[in-house]
Design a protein around this ligand. Sequence first.
Ligand code: C2E
Ligand code: MG
Ligand code: MG
Length: 603
Amino acid sequence: MELIHSLSDAEASKRPPLDSAAGSFAEPSVKVLLKDVPAVFATAKCLDILEQFIAHPDLYSVAIVNDDRSPRGLIDRNSLIEAFIKPYTRDLYRKKTISLFMQADPVIVDIKTNIDDLARIMIDAGMRNMVNGFIITQNGLYVGMGTGHDLLDEITRRKQAHLYFLAHYDQLTRLPNRLLFGDRLDKACQNARRKGSKVALFFIDLDRFKFVNDALGHAVGDLLLKTVARELLACVRESDTVARLGGDEFTIILENIQQLSDVTVVAERIIGRLASPFSILDNALRVTASIGIALFPDHDSQAAGLIKKADMAMYQAKHGGRDGYQLYVETLGVTTSERLALEAGLQSALENGEFRLFYQPQIALATAEVIGVEALLRWRHPQRGLLLPARFIPIAEETGLIVQIGEWALREACRQHREWLASGLPPIRVAVNVSLVQLYHPGFVDLVRGVIGETGIDPACVELEMTESVIMSHAEATIRTLRELRNLGIQLAIDDFGTGYSSLSYLSQFPLTRLKIDQSFIRNIDTVPANMAIVNAIVMLGTTLGLEIIAEGVETVKELQMLKTSHCGEVQGYHFSRPVLAAEFEHWYKSHHGGEESRPAPA
Ligand code: C2E
Ligand code: MG
Ligand code: MG
């Protein structure tokens, strides 16, 4: 999410005004209760009015007006009919003017009065007026009557509608909530089953939304969500459903899908519309989203399964680098045949020694000294060449092979550390990435303890990196394992921080030592003020929790300079070095530090 200060008025005005997605609950006026009942003058004859009441059983009262049609009083049905039941009254009064029966203090309201105010007026005026009704005027002149019955009906109807709204719509964006969404999806699937058509379900998650909230405040966050809701509505047909499930999660149900392009067109439209900046409380914000899509019945024949698959696809989209969409596929972005080949190859890669660790230096900002390295895994595939972890780690995790591969990586990194020491390098920190599957594998703590003992590495030099989602996934169990690991004397870093959902305060419960700010925040930090605000917020809060902070993915001098103003302690990225093999790192280290003997100069 970017903050740009140069949103032109023209650009901002292209967007339609924010309006409600579900029905508005702005108070209607008494106009909805207006009944076109002809008024009479005070000179009208009693018998004529009586006959009117008899002919119209639903006529509760008639207004009496002056010559200029301003209201003067009211005749109510009951009093008149009661009086005329007695024969002598009939004879006595039939030719007399109606003014004799006029009530001079009726309730009179202007047509613009809202219903709630009217209700209050009627209650104050007493029960009799509830039966008689009230006179409605415009500019002080009579326009019609309203009845207490209709008023009560209207209030009840609105209460019911409001209760329905509360239960079925999200209060912030006025989009359908999870409950109504579930209902609509069920219906859409039923319809599609009957008609033999298709439904597309979109799962949309805003990238790094949490940090807009943390860095710019909830008021900005709320307005951003409303704006996104409006933009999403603008991307679909009226018959489609856009819902908010909570937080920054939205869904869309598209019915009657004929071809795949019906789906991709909408996905691209969403990404396109969100790409132009929104002006929110003087901030120009740019928001990106990750969209996962699943199709009924292709990917699942049940609504519940479809939701799960769209959600999985959304995570695939996030892994694919955010700001994109991903149709559900069986495996994480790898086609089935390729996956099978890689899976088979992974089995033998360990035995054949095809894995390599590459090392990327980590540098202290204050002194420009190299204080650590991150070990990054590569697979030297006999046919495909050097493969990056994104290609094979998901498969290794799914098949469980990551346990052995991770064990190899940890042992190899610690062994390498000893080798570097032997060739004169100082005892820098070596960070190894650990995945969820490893962390929950029984005996992981024992393995780490064993490797430390075996290789003789100082545990203070060992750091394990885990992503936010790993740490959050089974909070209770994780805390226990992390404590045991910390007790070994090693360090624990949270990787890619800012891409998950954890709040910094929640993190204080975990025995962590370091926070790695995700590279997406570092990217363009010099041109995107929001990124700088976010980095500052992370650094500040992280520091108060006693965590060291490292920024990853630093590519340019400008990014580095900006980071220097943020009190972030350490940096890592292509600007210093790409991940390289151990020998190359050793060489780089020595030249970075100006030869083996001399001390490094601060940057
Ligand atoms: P990560 O731990 O967040 O690693 C940082 C990634 O960013 C690395 O990608 C690194 O090459 C890349 N990078 C570093 N500096 C820059 C930069 O300035 N600009 C850009 N654009 N990228 C930069 P890599 O090596 O492809 O690793 C990807 C991910 O795979 C890692 O993300 C980590 O989560 C995982 N991984 C790597 N090695 C292992 C391992 O041994 N075990 C496990 N479980 N996961 C691993
Ligand atoms: Mg890492
Ligand atoms: Mg990272």
